[in-house]
Design a protein around this ligand. Structure first.
Ligand code: BGC
Length: 480
């Protein structure tokens, strides 16, 4: 199909690329919906099932609740671990299709679950789908985007994560009067079905196609997503950089890639240990302690979800203009400041009146700073900084670290509050946030406006400059 058939061409792109990225960003919606929906559903699951036995053993109900909530994260860890390699083997597009089916099945099982064990099974399957989606969504969009707008297009995935969380909060609110938790969880089938149906019509990543030796197909995809003039240039760049073999875990540990492995793992861990998900999962509990009534705290939680979405829109608009680093560093500085304030206000004896409002305001600003920085920039950077041959594997590994961090933080939050109090816990996250700021200032590169191949070439040159090995010498490339 020619560019004129698929949409208007502007600059180096064709408007069809927006359709492709927008649709693929539904992966983020699955992720966000799954994150936001469980806290609301849990309130009513408790009333349907006896949570005192699991697989015939008598257990503490709070333990069973913990398993239901964290089941999806455990599934996501597996999904992410498999997803990187699968994205290389099956292709990006096919893995998105598989992920949507898995997520759909998981949601269906939860909606009809006759026992708590089957509910947990559905939650784990759902989580595997989210794990796939979290790796392949940003990966696919990054590889299909022209460099100048890659930041915004990949960040659409974070925008749909935050929208998914907000939609889930609203769904919880809508179904709460009847306590219809099966509807809350089952609704996840809708975005999964749309993603599946839409992706059937979307093209494969041109970079993956080229790596498979399918140059003609890669050219065809580029001609659908770029203006005429850009197609050959970009294909040339891809040719110069991409090797035909996809890399293994060992290649990921090669010295020249290692600095970026450290950057990815560091960003993944810091994105979680700075505490964002304690707010996403426990906002009503935190807000109640600042003096809000039950319903008011649920509404304020919706407000927090909305701020998260709005500030992510700001990031989408800015990220290709300001670059990644300014947003990341500003966001982290703001998060550190807000966590320090939150620690201080919770340290005070009473949270009534003005102090209660300062606490709520700081919580909202903390989310806003996450949403312009660490939220979108993490997922964007990990789709940009790895060489093609290890990109899928690397993103899988880094995403596993992110989900594991998510699980650890959610499981330990209430315990930390018991031991250190709320103020101590916020200060702990604040200390991690300060560390993250130093880490990012020193180690995270700027990738704005450069093609994935230029970023890879720079990494190679820096390694050569530092006297490090370059395991995958260019000689391995064979033209088809
Ligand atoms: C994080 C999630 C988090 C969400 C909140 C994402 O970037 O990976 O763990 O729940 O942002 O907006």
């Amino acid at each position: 199909m020619s560019s004129t058939q698929t949409g208007a061409a502007t600059g180096d792109r064709n408007s069809f690329v927006y359709v492709v990225a927008g649709l693929a960003a539904l992966n983020g919606l699955l992720f966000g919906f799954d994150t936001g929906v469980i806290s609301g559903a849990m309130l009513y699951i408790r009333q349907t099932f006896e949570l005192t036995t699991l697989l015939g053993f008598s257990v503490n109900p709070s333990y069973v609740e913990g398993v239901i909530v964290s089941g999806a994260m455990i599934g996501a860890i597996f999904g992410a671990a498999l997803g990187g390699r699968l994205a290389d083997r099956l292709g990006r597009r096919r893995l998105i299709l598989v992920g949507a089916v898995v997520f759909f099945i998981g949601s269906l099982i939860m909606a009809v679950a006759p026992t708590v064990e089957i509910l947990i099974l559905g939650r784990i399957i759902d989580g595997v789908g989210v794990g796939f989606a979290s790796v392949v969504g940003p990966l696919y969009i990054s590889e299909i985007s022209p460099p100048k707008i890659r930041g915004s297009l990949v960040s659409l995935n974070q925008l749909t994560i935050t929208s998914g969380i907000l939609i889930a909060y609203l769904v919880n609110l809508a179904f709460s009067s009847g306590g219809e938790w099966r509807w809350m969880l089952g609704l996840g089938m809708v975005p999964a079905a749309i993603l599946f149906a839409g992706m059937l019509f979307m093209p494969e990543s041109p970079r993956w196609l080229y790596e498979q030796g399918r140059e003609a197909d890669a050219r065809e995809v580029l001609s659908r997503t770029r203006t005429e003039g850009r197609v050959s240039d970009e294909l040339e760049e891809i040719k110069e950089t991409i090797r035909t073999e996809s890399g293994t875990l060992r290649d990921l540990l090669a010295q020249w890639v290692r600095p970026m492995l450290i950057v990815g793992v560091g960003l993944a861990a810091f994105q979680q240990v700075t505490g964002i998900n304690t707010v996403m999962y426990y906002a009503p509990t935190i807000l109640e302690s600042t003096g809000f009534e039950d319903t008011a705290s649920i509404l304020a939680t919706v407000g927090i979800g909305a701020i998260n979405v709005v500030m992510t829109v700001v990031a989408v608009l800015l990220i290709d203009r300001t670059g990644r680093r300014p947003l990341l560093l500003t966001g982290l500085a703001g998060m550190t400041g807000m966590l320090a304030v939150l620690g201080a206000v919770f340290y005070l004896p009473g949270l009534s009146g003005v102090i209660g409002w300062v606490a709520t305001g700081s919580l909202m600003l903390y989310v806003a700073f996450f949403a312009i920085g660490l939220g979108p920039v993490f997922w964007l950077m990990i789709s940009e900084i790895y060489p093609m041959e290890v990109r899928g594997t690397a993103m899988g590994v880094v995403t596993v670290v992110n989900w594991a961090g998510n699980l650890i933080v959610s499981l330990t939050f209430l315990r930390l509050v018991d031991v250190f109090g709320q103020s101590g816990t916020f200060w702990l996250y604040g200390a991690f946030s300060l560390l993250a700021l130093v880490f990012c200032y020193k180690l995270v590169p700027e990738t704005k406006g450069r093609s994935l191949e230029e970023i890879e070439e720079d990494l190679r040159e820096t390694a050569v400059g530092n006297g490090l090995e370059d395991r995958s010498s260019k000689a391995t490339k064979t033209d088809d």
